[in-house]
Write a protein that binds this ligand. Sequence first.
Ligand code: FNR
Length: 383
Amino acid sequence: MKRAVNIAELRRLAKRRLPRVVFDYIDGGAGAEATLRENCRAFERVRFRPRNAVAAGPCTLETTVLGTTIDLPFLLAPVGSSRLFYPRGECAAAAQAGAAGTVYTLSTLSGCSLEDVRAASQGPLWYQLYLVGGREVATQAIRRARTAGYRALVVTIDTPVAGLRERDLRNGGAELCSGSLPRMLPHVPQLLAHPRWLMDFLADGGMMKFPNVVLPGRGAMPYADVGGALENSSVSWKDLEWIRGEWSGPILVKGVLTGGDARRAVDAGAEAIGVSNHGGRQLDDVAPSLDALPEVIEAVGGRAEVILDGGVRRGSDVVKALCLGARAVMVGRAYAYGLAAAGGDGVARAIGILRDDVIRTLRLLGCHDVAALDSTYVQTLAG
Ligand code: FNR
């Protein structure tokens, strides 16, 4: 793992350790996976315009997002069910983000409680909110997040239903979670083929629940209920007004791809906009996030911070997004592959790979401070 030189190699290691159903859950996208592919390709259409023969100095990577100063221009995105990838996965990832001086965003749909994740990390934490279980359940989670010291709320608005993830259907994801032996049996051999993962999974308590979704009278939501719960939890602009009233800290609205939605989010009180298509996992054939960035930045007009996610696999991708106006980026799969490959060490490796590449790219570009990056350092080729 320490020899992995890029995120693609961490991905290969993750594929080797995980059963197909878990690997494909991370790796896959919705529908024909066109947006998943395009998210990465959009970065290839951006070319650098370096300023050479610029005196070298130490690079400044520090930036401020929603009032928190971080040492890196990238944050860890919310990735649900990380505990399936590695024992106590959310705690492991949060600890490494903190050690690297950046934000970890905990998904509502996590296997570790928000209090345990807080205890595991020295760094800043954000909480990503889905309204699964309704407003009452969300109110509780918001209160717990505030008490535990989470600094910002990330409200994801692109998930009125789960996207059509064909790989999950093929791999028997729902059957394996059903708890019914006859339904599970045909799909069990893929688990047995990965004994190292299976031992870890069983030692960590087996099938995780969702301890941040506490249902009245029933306790933590069982895993099998997640699909139905998501379908009953779509968030509306009215809900956002309500959330604004419940949470006094900063709010990032995640899942914006148009200027119209960006304006609505800012009008509803968001301090940051997350330009995101959920890593190509929701509506397929939407624009790659990088292509949607200019429209959102223009619509926001400086009234909110703009953070991009989707398709970031290299430090140079981070730099390109900053050149095009993002304040910072979030990475999802890049660290999820690392977590799945080797737990906390894998996350640290993913962060290290991206950090070193950001620094090298800045030096080669002749710009030593992420705050000084702008569109004059890049040229975007026609799609
Ligand atoms: C996600 N994402 C996500 N987003 C969110 O708001 N809540 C969630 O629970 C999840 N869960 C989740 C699981 C997995 C396995 C992945 C890969 C992604 C989306 C995530 O926050 C982010 O938008 C994308 O991952 C960004 O794209 P890349 O970096 O994976 O290409």
